[in-house]
Write a protein that binds this ligand. Structure first.
Ligand code: DON
Length: 289
């Protein structure tokens, strides 16, 4: 299956990951973690971290404040597209596209400055129960090759859509993309969302229902970018992908799922990951029908 895809190489360090790796983890909201494959393999969260940034921002600044800077609509454009911002002169379509996530990072950076990354790492730890840090090689590789994200951010600044120190905001964005995780960590985050915002690890209430509904809604509408419609048809569950090959899925009231396989299709989503989720959704009747 993964032979049909290609490991991302526009961030050079990501290309070093073997296309053969695969892991799948399921965390029930009241049952133990079940895993198969290379479940000990760490990878970087990439765009899956946009769930953390968005949840953290809504909890700390309020939903209305966050969505003053970013939209909540799906987009037919690729994840790093610049086109619509120029054509409409308006805020990025949603917080899962790179432009939208950079806007969310600007709000976090404005409030917490250089303490922002630490707060987000602590936020993730409160959900998964462990701290994996971030991958400094992937961070440096992305920072060196981030022409597109740098262009997006400076372009937004020129249009009055982004405020503050652009390089510092981008550093926060790159740090989030470089956060290390396993498919088990993704399953735990998915389960926290599936349980209405309660950490499986500690029982602590992490997110309000309003945040959970917002994140789930956006995962359904735009979690896999311009492949979200097809994912909804094939898998039928809220999900969020990243270019390192991870996909996080949340099955409300039941479980979180993390899957990892680095070979991607042309839209930047894991080929084997989507196939595994399609089979699992069918096998476990996750749509409930
Ligand atoms: O900014 C980027 O391009 C990457 N760090 C993240 C993009 C990404 O994960 C898109 N997901 N499929």
């Amino acid at each position: 299956m993964s032979a049909d895809g290609k490991v991302a190489d526009y961030i050079p360090e990501l290309s070093l990951m073997s296309a053969e790796l695969f892991s799948l983890s399921c965390q029930g909201i009241d049952s133990p973690l079940i895993e198969t494959g290379d479940s000990g393999q760490f990878f970087t969260m990439q765009s899956i971290s946009k769930i953390l940034a968005l949840s953290f921002a809504i909890e700390n600044f309020g939903r209305d404040n966050v969505f003053r800077h970013v939209g909540m609509e799906a987009s037919a454009d690729s994840f790093n597209s610049l086109m619509r911002i120029e054509m409409t002169s308006s805020k990025p379509s949603n917080p899962f596209m790179n432009a939208g996530a950079i806007a969310v990072c600007s709000l976090i950076y404005k409030a917490y400055k250089d303490g922002s990354a630490c707060r987000l790492i602590a936020f993730m730890k409160s959900i998964t129960g462990r701290e994996n840090g971030f991958d400094e090689r992937v961070f440096a590789s992305e920072k060196r090759s981030a022409d597109r994200n740098r262009a997006l951010a400076f372009f937004m600044k020129s249009m009055g859509l982004l405020h503050g120190n652009v390089e510092a905001i981008l550093d926060l964005y790159f740090t989030l993309c470089s956060l290390r995780c396993t498919s088990g960590d993704l399953a735990k985050i998915g389960a926290m969302i599936a349980s209405g915002g309660i950490s499986i690890h500690s029982g602590e209430k992490i997110l309000t229902k309003e945040t959970v509904f917002t994140v789930l809604g956006l995962m359904s509408a735009c979690g896999l970018y311009n492949e979200s419609g097809e994912f909804a048809v094939r898998v039928g569950l809220p999900g969020k992908s990243g270019v390192s090959g991870g996909i996080l899925v949340s099955v409300p009231g039941r479980m979180g799922i993390g899957v990892f396989s680095p070979a991607l299709n042309a839209k930047g989503n894991s080929v084997a990951g989507i196939k595994a989720l399609e089979l699992l959704s069918e096998k476990l009747n996750l749509r409930g029908l």
